[in-house]
Design a protein around this ligand. Structure first.
Ligand code: COA
Ligand code: AMP
Length: 633
C-alpha cells in the first residue's frame, strides 16, 4: 500500500478518486456514478445512486466465493459454558431464515426494528437479517434501563422489538422481558410485535397476539434473499449520549459504511481475509456494530462474540484464553478492560498458562489510553499497542496507527495520526487552525468520509446545531486535544457534558436532569471524575430546596437509585454531596470543568468571571471530607 504519508496525500489530493478506488473493492449491484454529492438539505452524501446489500457482502458473497466452510462467527460464552462456531454457510442459513421470520411479521424495507439483546449469536443474526431485507435496525445496549429503551422506541418508532430471555452479568441473571414490557408501557409508540429468543431455565410472560417466540415461528418462515438497497438507505440507527437527556440517533448508511468497513480492516488493523479478529465489546455499542459484526464479516474474517467480562468469568486470564484458543490476530478492547485485568493480576501471571504468539496487535479505544496502561499492556503482551480514537458518530477510527499501510511507532498517550478520509484540525475559539503543540477543539474538515453519520435520525436541525454550526465547514467532534511537534494527535477528553464510564458513553447533562427531578433538589451539577479502573465515574453536587433538610433524607441512595432506574447500573452513580451553593460565573454558568480539575488534582485557574471564589473552597472541603476525587482520596 506504500507509506502512510503517500496514502494520506492521495486522499487529500482527490477525495473522490480515493473513495471511488476503495468502493471498487466491494461488490455493488449497481455502482454509483456520483461518488460525492449533496442532498437537498445541502449535506454531503457518498455513492448516490449505487445499490448494494450489506448482508450480501457480509455473508452470501463469501459463501459464493470460496469461504462457505470457513468459520465466520465464534460464540464463546464463559457465563453459560458454551462454545459454538458458525461457518459462512451456516451463517447464511441462520440469517436468511431469521429474515424470513421478520418478513412473516410484516417487516419490509425501511421499517425499523429495535434489538435489545445479550451477546448471543441471534443478536448478530437479527442485525444481519434486518440488513438482508433492507429493514433498519436500532440496537439498544442491554445494560440500559427501560426508560432509555422507551426514549429510543419513541424516536425510532419500530414495528418490531427483538429481545431474549435474559442477559448474564458474571453470575447474575438479568431478565429482559420485564424491562422490555416496562419500556413499551412507558413509550408512546407501541410496536406491533415482540420477538423473543428463548434462553433456558426462565419463562417469560408473553402477550398474546403481540409476542412471539422465535423457535416457535421459525419453521413457518422461508429463507429470504438479499434485497438491493440504495447506498444512502440507512443500515441502522444507533443512539448515543449527547449533552441532554435526549440521545442522538446516529444514522449509518449502507454504501459508505460498507466501503469504510472494508477499507479499515486492512488499512487500520492489517487483517487479511481468513484471519481471526476479536473485538471484546458489546453489539450494543458502535464498536460492536462495526468490529464484532460488520467489518470482520465484510472482509471475510472470523469474528468472535464473547459473552463475558475481562475478569471474573472466571478470572483475569479470560482474554488470554480466548486469544490462544481461537488464534486471534488482533484484539480490540477498551483501556478499562486492561486496567481491570491489571488490577487483578498485576504481574500477568495468568498469561503464562496460554500461548498468545498468534496476537499481532492490541487496539484500544473508548477513552484515551493512559500511558501506564499502554506500557503495562505492551510489556506484558509483547505486541504493539495502538490507541485509536473513535466516536459513535464516525463509526470507525478518526485517528490511528495505520499498521496495514505502514508500521510506525506509536507514542504513549497519543491516538496517533488522522486516518485517510479524516482531515483533522485543532481549532481555537475563533475557528482558526492552531499550530502543533497548542490545545484546542478537535474538528474534522467536511466532508466526513464514507461511513460517518450523514445526519441524525429525523433531526437534521439538531445535527447542524450539534456538529456543524460552531465552525462552518467543519464537523466538531466534542473532544479537545493537540498535535505534538511530530504530528501525533493527543485526544485529551470531552469539552462537553459527555463522559465515558468503563467504556460506556453517558451524558452528565441527562443525569442532572434526573437528579433535578427529585422533590428536594433545587439544583445540581454532575461531573465525571477520574477513577482507577473505569476511567471516569460521575459524581453529583446537590443544592437542596429551602426548607428541605438533608437529615434522614437518604439522598445519596435515592439519587443513585433514580439514575440506576432511569439510565441503568452502567452509570455507576454512587456519590452525591450536598452543598450550600454551586460555583458559578457571574453570568450563572456552573464551573463544572474547574470543579473536575480540582477534584482530579490537575492544575487549574480560577476563572476571573467567578461569582464567589469561596464556594469553590466549600466544594473542596466537602469533597475532602467525603474522600472523593483523586486529589483527596
Ligand atoms: N446488562 C445489564 N447490566 C449491565 C450490563 C448489561 N449488558 N453491563 C453492565 N451492567 C451492570 C453491571 O452488572 C454492574 O451492575 P452492579 O452495579 O449492579 O454491579 C453495572 O452495570 C456496572 O457494570 P460495568 O460497567 O461493566 O462495571 P463492572 O465493575 O461490572 O466491570 C469492567 C468493569 C471494566 C470489567 C467492565 O466495565 C468492562 O469490561 N468494560 C469494557 C466495556 C467495553 O468493552 N466497552 C466498549 C467500548 S470499546
Ligand atoms: P463513543 O461514541 O461511545 O464511541 O464515545 C466516543 C468518545 O469516546 C469520543 O468522543 C472520545 O471522547 C472518547 N474516545 C474514544 N476513543 C478514544 C481514544 N482513543 N482516545 C481518547 N478518547 C477516546
Amino acid at each position: 500500500m506504500g507509506s502512510y504519508a503517500e496514502e494520506y496525500k492521495r486522499f487529500i489530493n482527490n477525495r473522490e478518486d480515493f473513495w471511488k478506488e476503495k468502493a471498487d473493492l466491494i461488490h455493488w449491484y449497481k455502482k454509483s456514478e456520483k461518488i460525492l454529492s449533496k442532498t437537498e438539505e445541502d449535506l454531503f452524501r457518498w455513492y448516490e445512486g449505487g445499490t448494494l446489500n450489506t448482508c450480501y457482502l457480509a455473508v452470501d458473497f463469501h459463501v459464493e466465493n470460496g469461504r462457505k466452510d470457513q468459520t465466520a462467527l465464534i460464540y464463546d460464552s464463559p457465563v453459560t459454558n458454551t462454545k459454538q462456531k458458525f461457518t459462512y454457510g451456516e451463517l447464511q442459513k441462520e440469517v436468511s431464515e431469521f429474515a424470513g421470520v421478520l418478513v412473516n411479521l410484516g417487516i419490509t424495507k425501511g421499517d425499523r426494528v429495535v434489538i435489545y439483546m445479550p451477546m448471543i449469536p441471534e443478536a448478530v443474526f437479527a442485525m444481519l437479517a434486518c440488513a438482508r431485507i433492507g429493514a433498519i435496525h436500532s440496537v439498544v445496549f442491554g445494560g440500559f434501563a427501560p426508560h432509555e429503551l422507551a426514549i429510543r422506541i419513541d424516536d425510532a418508532t419500530p414495528k418490531l422489538l427483538i429481545s431474549s430471555s435474559y442477559g448474564i452479568e458474571v453470575d447474575k441473571i438479568i431478565p429482559y422481558k420485564p424491562l422490555l414490557d416496562e419500556a413499551i408501557h412507558q413509550a408512546t409508540h407501541k410496536p406491533d410485535s415482540v420477538l423473543m429468543v428463548k434462553r433456558p431455565n426462565l419463562d417469560e410472560i408473553m402477550h398474546t397476539g403481540r409476542d412471539h417466540y422465535y423457535h416457535e415461528i421459525r419453521s413457518e418462515a422461508k429463507p429470504r434473499d438479499c434485497v438491493p438497497v440504495g447506498a444512502n438507505h440507512p443500515l441502522y440507527i444507533l443512539y448515543t449520549s449527547g449533552t441532554t437527556g435526549k440521545p442522538k440517533g446516529v444514522i449509518r448508511e449502507n454504501g459508505g459504511h460498507a466501503v469504510a468497513m472494508h477499507y479499515s480492516m486492512k488499512a487500520v488493523y492489517n487483517m487479511n481475509p481468513g484471519d481471526v479478529f476479536w473485538s471484546a465489546s458489546d453489539v450494543g455499542w458502535v464498536v460492536g456494530h462495526s468490529y464484532i459484526v460488520y467489518a470482520p464479516l465484510i472482509y471475510g474474517c472470523t469474528t468472535i462474540l464473547y459473552e463475558g467480562k475481562p475478569v471474573r468469568t472466571p478470572d483475569a486470564g479470560a482474554f488470554f484464553r480466548v486469544i490462544s484458543e481461537y488464534k486471534v490476530k488482533v484484539l480490540f478492547t477498551a483501556p478499562t478492560a486492561i486496567r481491570a485485568i491489571k488490577k487483578e493480576d498485576p504481574e500477568g501471571k495468568l498469561l503464562k498458562k496460554y500461548d498468545i504468539t498468534c496476537l499481532e496487535t492490541l487496539f484500544l479505544a473508548g477513552e484515551r489510553t493512559d500511558p501506564n496502561t499502554y506500557y503495562w499492556a505492551q510489556d506484558l503482551l509483547k505486541v504493539p499497542v495502538v490507541d485509536h480514537w473513535w466516536q459513535t458518530e464516525t463509526g470507525w477510527a478518526i485517528s490511528s496507527n495505520l499498521i496495514g499501510i505502514e508500521k510506525r511507532d506509536s507514542k504513549a498517550g497519543s491516538s496517533n495520526f488522522p486516518v485517510p478520509g479524516f482531515e483533522v484540525h485543532i481549532l481555537d475559539d475563533g475557528g482558526n487552525v492552531l499550530e502543533n503543540g497548542k490545545e484546542g477543539y478537535i474538528a474534522v474538515k467536511l466532508p466526513l468520509p464514507p461511513g460517518c453519520l450523514p445526519t441524525l435520525w429525523k433531526d437534521t436541525p439538531n445535527f447542524r446545531k450539534s456538529y456543524l454550526q460552531q465552525y462552518p465547514g467543519y464537523y466538531v467532534t466534542g473532544d479537545g486535544g493537540y498535535y505534538d511537534k511530530d504530528g501525533y494527535l493527543f485526544v485529551m477528553g470531552r469539552i462537553d457534558d459527555v463522559i465515558n464510564v468503563a467504556g460506556h458513553r453517558l451524558s452528565t447533562g441527562e443525569m442532572e436532569e434526573i437528579i433535578s427531578s427529585h422533590p428536594s433538589v433545587a439544583e445540581c451539577a454532575v461531573i465525571g471524575i477520574a477513577e482507577e479502573i473505569k476511567g471516569q465515574i460521575p459524581i453529583g453536587f446537590v443544592v437542596l430546596k429551602d426548607g428541605h433538610s438533608s437529615e434522614g433524607l437518604k439522598l445519596e441512595t435515592d439519587l443513585s437509585h433514580m439514575i440506576r432506574e432511569q439510565i441503568g447500573a452502567i452509570a455507576s452513580f454512587k456519590n452525591a454531596m450536598i452543598v450550600k451553593r454551586l460555583p458559578k460565573t457571574r453570568s450563572g454558568k456552573i464551573l463544572r470543568k474547574t470543579m473536575r480539575k480540582m477534584l482530579d488534582g490537575e492544575e487549574f485557574t480560577i476563572p476571573s468571571t467567578i461569582d464567589d471564589p469561596a464556594i469553590l473552597d466549600e466544594i473542596k472541603e466537602i469533597a475532602k471530607s467525603h474522600k472523593v476525587g483523586k486529589a483527596f482520596s
